[in-house]
Design a binder for this molecule. Sequence first.
Ligand code: F6P
Length: 551
Amino acid sequence: MKPAKLTSLPQWHALQQHFAQTGSQSLRELFAADPQRGEQLTAEAVGLYMDYSKQRVSSDTVQLLCELAEACELRQRTEAMFRGEKINTTENRAVLHVALRAPAGEKIMVDGHDVVPDVHEVLDRMRAFADQVRSGSWRGHSGKRIRNVISIGIGGSDLGPVMAYEALRDYSEREMTFRFVSNVDGTDFVEATHDLDAAETLFVVCSKTFTTLETLSNAQAARAWCLNALGGDDKAIARHFVAVSTNADEVQKFGIDTAHMFGFWDWVGGRYSMDSAIGLSTMLAIGPDHFREMLAGFYAMDEHFRHTPLERNLPVLMGLLGIWNTNFLDAATVAVLPYEQYLKRFPAYLQQLTMESNGKYVTHDGSPVDYATGPIYWGEPGTNGQHSFYQLIHQGTRLVPCDFIGFGRPLQPVPTSTGGDQHDLLMANLIAQGEALAFGKTADQVRAEGVDEALVAHRTFEGNRPSTTILASSLTPHILGTLIALYEHSVFVQGVIWDIDSFDQWGVELGKQLAKTTIAELTAQDLPELHHDSSTNTLIRRYRQLRDSRG
Ligand code: F6P
């Protein structure tokens, strides 16, 4: 049976009506009406405390959103994912990143085959390899110990590993250097290698398809760099290159022995793959035990998501609050603001996770949506962002819901001259920002401070700007796993409500396809006849002129 169109569901209409009746209530009014609100509109599980009381919702809103989720069969769709059904309908694939962190002994079937033993077999191989490299028993071609690891990949084959390395740097092997090359801009490769000794460098080439232009170009550059430094002996490749891919044929064609390949499967989406073999560089950096802790964190959130009632379920709440902000408050964006320097790449990682997943304008059956879908994710660590773009969040004309993320204990305590720790200053800012956004400052308050009347409007903050605050004890591998799985599942929740395929990415294809023609036109000896629009034709000509002119 064709699912009912979202906007014709009675539960959607109930939310519209609720919004018409209550949407004008401000956060000031909501907090004044309910002194317990800051304790009640919260949820806590698997080490994460989530305060959503500063979202523009009441418990009735949450109830209605949960009813919408039930009507969209969130529970059934979740179970279908965990059961290995092919819920990625446009690619006819199962979606089983949850199998990557399932403990040994669990059973998850894809086409009649239990995939959990396969996952653990790869994890065991990764562990053995990581131990060899980290202990120094894996040697480079010239017999030197590996001291540098360069991961080459892009998109989901890069953003997760970079983010996790940065996030868990405190747990990493400090005697080794870890770098990441993604961009086809040669600068990325050159800067990553310029001060390294090839004899001590291991490349981990990560590509699900092993056909991606950027990754293969950089892998070729790495190969040439290595051979050049190591005397041109092809045998060197085996000691300095390993591959992570689902495509053994292409790995072999590239010249990497499949004995040095770590596999994963087509049921792992690129942006959901950082806990698969794509995380090999993470394991090399933090060691197998910490990697296992991270997987346990993912799993804890998977279990919470699967078994907790909707109204106390962290990913469900986060997903549904996003629906409310996007579809009822018309917010087009979400700012993710970690008050933790180690999470500096977390917003970039979330950009692919959220926007490649939910940036879709047709539903599963190909009908155009008549509602907004995935918002634009962006962000920077606090407090840096406060001194740049927060002005717009506080006083701009657009509504920017914020996710604040903070920790009780710093990994790097730094005492202040007054006897405290800089971490208190950091967290005071996180807490103050949420308060300022929610409650603002009225014109009367500004006047009471003796501000010149001409400046009162400028110094007034209207407030009523929603945020969620997520707190955890400290940034451990386990907590990182729970945090990532929180966002993964909230993306899933939204995809179910919007009835879109959150697991395909057809939107990235057209540009890649056109680039193939353009590459030929840029690299041909003589300018070929061009058949694009006048702008594209002129840009191609102008680029060639700029490139070829001397002076
Ligand atoms: O272009 C987008 C994309 O297909 C992502 O979905 C993917 O994570 C990335 O490219 C890299 O793909 P691969 O791992 O196959 O090299």
